[in-house]
Write a protein that binds this ligand. Structure first.
Ligand SMILES: [Zn+2]
Length: 219
């Protein structure tokens, strides 16, 4: 999860649809804008080029829990079906970090260590970060149905691949510190817009003694 710069004003259709009996919060302008603002990445697992994207409500509207938030632009997020399904548990109804307002990288660690995903709140008294870390852990690790085993494994595999790309790119740059090509590649891998960016950027941050020269790419 990385910080998202939500664009304003809100897509026009939302105000119009909110006044209809069966209005839709996923008209073309909303979908287009979410793809752009969220870089076509699921805000929870950070997979990109989603096959099954969904418009997710940070505060749920289902069961009429927060009906006034159904068409609220600030409450609409871009997610994959897997993460939306996992977030759809009562414990996550409120209290999740709003990544458009709070920078998740400032409040959580995103690690892949010894074949394990580890998301941790930087401050264990920060209830919002603790709950969000639990949610992100679950999307990589909640293997309670055959479908979820498949989907968690897929995310884990893709994350591993992306981290290996990062390690290779760092190695390449250490072998050829002057290589503009290698530098460009690393820079692209560390952009917030890239897949699993929070994990890659966290790696650089936590190894800053070793790689002080790369810190400039994650600012
Ligand atoms: Zn996801």
């Amino acid at each position: 999860m990385v910080k998202i710069e939500r664009s304003f004003p809100a897509p026009k259709s939302l105000a119009i649809e909110a006044n209809k009996a069966f209005g839709s919060y996923e008209k073309e302008d909303v979908v287009e804008r979410l793809i752009k603002d969220f870089h076509n990445k699921c805000y929870i697992c950070e997979m990109d080029k989603l096959q099954d994207p969904q418009v997710e409500h940070l505060l749920p509207h289902k069961g009429n829990k927060y009906p006034d938030r159904k068409f609220d632009w600030n409450n609409l997020f871009w997610s994959c079906g897997h993460c939306n399904g996992i977030k759809n548990q009562e414990k996550y109804d409120t209290g999740i970090v709003d990544c458009c307002k709070i920078d998740p990288e400032k409040v959580m660690f995103f690690r892949l260590k010894e074949e394990m995903v580890q998301i941790l709140a930087k401050d264990e008294k920060d209830a919002r970060a603790v709950l969000t870390a639990e949610l992100i852990m679950e999307v990589f690790d909640k293997r309670n149905t055959a479908m979820r085993i498949y989907k968690c494994d897929m995310r884990f595999r893709e994350l591993n691949q992306e981290m290996n790309k990062l390690y290779d790119s760092i190695e390449e740059l250490q072998d050829n510190p002057e290589s503009k090509f290698a530098m460009k590649k690393l820079k692209a891998l560390l952009r917030k817009e890239s897949r699993f960016a929070a994990f890659k950027r966290n790696y650089i941050r936590e190894n800053k003694q070793k790689y002080p020269q790369f810190l400039q790419y994650i600012e």
